[in-house]
Design a binder for this molecule. Structure first.
Ligand SMILES: Cc1cc2nc3c(=O)[nH]c(=O)nc-3n(C[C@H](O)[C@H](O)[C@H](O)COP(=O)(O)OP(=O)(O)OC[C@H]3O[C@@H](n4cnc5c(N)ncnc54)[C@H](O)[C@@H]3O)c2cc1C
Length: 379
């Protein structure tokens, strides 16, 4: 629970935790761990139907869009509770792109999408990265040609996680071939089952799935343009500022299981220092996370602050999973122990990606140097 909550919000938060305790199954936790805590699998969709009916997926949205008109602090606290419980807590549509749709989407898009997102009925996959355009996202080449009442989209995306599970693609495309890159991109919301879209799996070293997505002459109605043409970079930044917010709960949960293992060791003393260091870093991550919620409630996008939180949290998670592996010894290579969804080796491999997706650590450092300290851009 975030310390920022009012007494009334604390009651709501307690109800959420009780609901999760009652309804989260081992199968849901396992699906979440193997799917990087992203929403979209069979178990998470089953769970979310009842959960979202209470308005808990997007409490800070206005009631007209399916929220509770509550604070961002309550939303963040609920996400943290989901993370702490080891269930999916990273929803592209509800937690990242939805706020951007509320701010910039046309009445048509808001009407078509927001209530369904709030009910947990639909999900988006993020479509930014391409071969040759990862960190330098502005270099993306997927082209959307203006054909009057629709765009004709051609090109390839790579690493588009859960494109195979989501209904829609939050797709970054080039709509102006002449303008400077930051004034040439747009965001389209595309049905992932549109004719001409092909999704091909890429399996990561941690066993999770991401995808290549190919577009060949895909017709996307103009009504599916988010905001204005060629202003996509603004919407991308709004989505990314939210994607980079990592609720620390899943890592606290991991930490608890490492402490549990250390306590049972014949000589736990050797791990004391590293455990203490992780404990401090987790607490600092929590404070950074809370700060982002405060900024949201002040009507600001936690841009620089979410980069700080992502960088710090992902680094902490990586060090901690290495500690988990050291603590496990040979057992870390075997079947998961009781209370674990995966073994320590898989956990460590899975945590590597936290420092890559949503913008690699070096990119977060560039952002902090540029936007936080006024240093010049690297390129
Ligand atoms: C498992 C997984 C899931 C992903 N999911 C998604 C998704 O759902 N949607 C999506 O659009 N993308 C997704 N990504 C892509 C991810 O955002 C990119 O991999 C990431 O932005 C890095 O881009 P790149 O892989 O092209 O590496 P590059 O950009 O080629 O970078 C290579 C290395 O150079 C460093 N580097 C690059 N530029 C600079 C610079 N200016 N200054 C300092 N260092 C620099 C990078 O930090 C990195 O270490 C995912 C990636 C992975 C691995």
């Amino acid at each position: 629970m975030l310390r920022l909550l009012s007494d009334q919000e604390r009651v709501s938060d307690d109800r959420v935790c009780a609901y999760i305790d009652e309804h989260a199954t081992p199968a849901l936790r396992r699906e979440a761990e193997l799917g990087e805590y992203i929403f979209g699998g069979v178990e998470s969709r089953r769970f979310i139907r009842g959960f979202a009916a209470n308005g808990w997926l997007v409490p800070h949205w206005p009631a007209a869009y399916g929220g509770l008109g509550a604070t961002a602090a309550l939303s963040y606290s609920i996400r943290e509770a989901m993370s702490r419980a080891g269930i999916p807590h990273s929803f592209c549509a509800a937690h990242m792109a939805g706020d951007v749709l509320i701010k910039y989407g046309s009445p048509y898009l808001r009407e078509q999408f927001l209530a369904r997102i709030a009910r947990g009925e639909i999900e988006f996959a993020v479509g930014y990265s391409e071969p040759g355009a990862g960190s330098d996202m502005l270099a993306l080449r997927m082209k959307a040609e203006d054909c009057g009442d629709h765009y004709l989209v051609n090109g390839q995306k790579v690493f588009n996680t859960h494109a195979h599970q989501a209904e829609y693609h939050w797709l970054a495309v080039r709509t102006d071939s002449e303008a400077p890159n930051h004034k040439a991109l747009s965001i389209l919301l595309v049905d992932l089952d549109s004719p001409g879209v092909t999704i091909r799996p890429m399996i990561t070293i941690a066993g999770s799935r991401t995808n290549e997505v190919f577009y060949v002459d895909v017709r996307v109605p103009k009504a599916r343009l988010v905001g204005e043409p060629n202003k996509g970079f603004t919407y991308i930044l709004g989505q990314l500022a939210r994607e980079r917010l990592f609720p620390p709960g899943q890592h606290l949960r991991h930490f608890d299981s490492i402490v549990h293992t250390v306590r049972a060791l014949p000589d736990p003393a050797g791990f004391r220092q590293r455990l203490a260091q992780s404990k401090i870093e987790l607490e600092a991550s929590r404070l950074l996370y809370e700060r982002c919620a405060t900024l949201m409630d002040q009507g600001k996008d936690p841009d620089l602050e979410s980069s700080l939180q992502k960088l710090f949290m992902s680094d902490c998670a990586q060090k901690m999973s290495r500690l988990g592996l050291d603590v496990s010894g040979g057992a870390g290579f075997g079947p998961p122990r009781e209370g674990e969804e995966v073994n320590s080796v898989t956990k460590q491999l899975a945590n590597v990606v936290l420092t890559i997706y949503g913008g690699a650590s070096e990119i977060q450092k560039n952002i902090i140097a540029q936007r936080g300290m006024g240093l010049p851009r690297t390129r």
